[in-house]
Ligand binder design. Sequence first.
Ligand code: ATP
Ligand code: MG
Length: 437
Amino acid sequence: MRLSGYFLPTLKETPSDAQIASHRLMLRAGMIRQSSAGIYSWLPLGFRVLKRIEQIVREEQNAIGCHEMLMPTIQPADLWRESGRYDAYGPEMLRISDRHQRDMLYGPTNEEQITEIFRSAVRSYRHLPKLLYHIQWKFRDEVRPRFGVMRGREFLMKDAYSFDADKASARRSYNKMFVSYLRTFERLGLKAIPMRAESGPIGGDMSHEFLILADTGESEIAYHRDFLDMSLAERQIDFEGDLQPIVDDFTAQYAATDVERDPEAEKALGDALITGRGIEVGHIFFFGTKYSKSMDAGVSGPDGDEVFVEMGSYGIGVSRLVGAIIEACHDEAGIVWPESVAPFKVGLINLKVDDPDCSAACEQLYGSLGSNGVDVLYDDRSERPGVKFADMDLIGLPWQVVVGPRGLKAGVVELKSRKTGEKQEVGLESVLSMLST
Ligand code: ATP
Ligand code: MG
């Protein structure tokens, strides 16, 4: 992408209404613009990151045999009357009516809708288990929308739903999601800790929230320090095999949020206890037959008797993750994207666009990197070097390649790692091969 033709409205001033780093940086880096409280437009740079995150989430859901679909944002109120949640949900639900005065709502979540689809299609335990998900906008009229996309009113969520014939099978579905979440957050470059959580309005008994550590997080958290060194790393995972040992590893130690915290258990941990704040990026629940009973979603069991399906739901805050990743990955100068979600891998800076040699070298690099499948943002604007450096640091691409007349005479360009700040002089050929891996 050539920056001269791109739409990247960066801001020099720090927006005064943004209270936390990620919100400030997303506005300054031209990623989002507010439309109204808690509702945002995603500008091209922000949109690229959102799509990258979405894709990683998608790949990891697909990997466990969860099938993608798409349900609408607008739902009929009658479905929610069946489950009893139309009245129970309260003012967070945006209620609307169509031209025929039929009550509709903008979905805050999709349990009712998926249960309705399921019950009309599946009749026998032989077709279970089933895992389904979609990545769709939600609306919750939050009392206090704040921190930019972190607590929005309109936000993008991946929500998955599991259907099983019995509890043992439901446990296996839950475990698949649990491990898939560990993988997803690791790929996103995050340290996310699964914590015992309150099951909230959805009810039920098996529930974990995945939190990333951040001082600006809204949840109070407490956990065993062992979590800091835990990761799936290169562990080979067979999703059709027994995942319980992995889940046990990641739930053996104490970790809890807010009201689930247990003062006794915390006291017993002594020095091993860490307390702080975190951002909830995912939440998995098992809620059994709560919806299948109220909405009459049954299948015939092995002995011919009708059984209500055991269900779970599994959310990831896709748009919240953009902010959460920035909270975890930034410095004084701006964002520092993990490579897996960076909007471009390389920022190519032409220090002197009116110098034919500089421009020729940049064009050549831009072309060859592009044909090697590397996403490059080429700063071909006639701006001062200082402006270019500052913008490039602000938007946080993992690699910067700086091409100037002096270096070119010696046949080299400067390669800078945004994360470490380390700079090295490299020949044109080697920079190409170094960045093409
Ligand atoms: P919270 O406790 O933060 O209000 P929740 O527990 O109500 O969230 P869930 O119903 O578990 O949210 O939704 C699944 C995921 O969607 C959450 O883990 C979070 O990452 C994301 N999410 C929820 N509410 C918002 C919001 N208002 N803005 C952005 N993301 C959200
Ligand atoms: Mg939650």
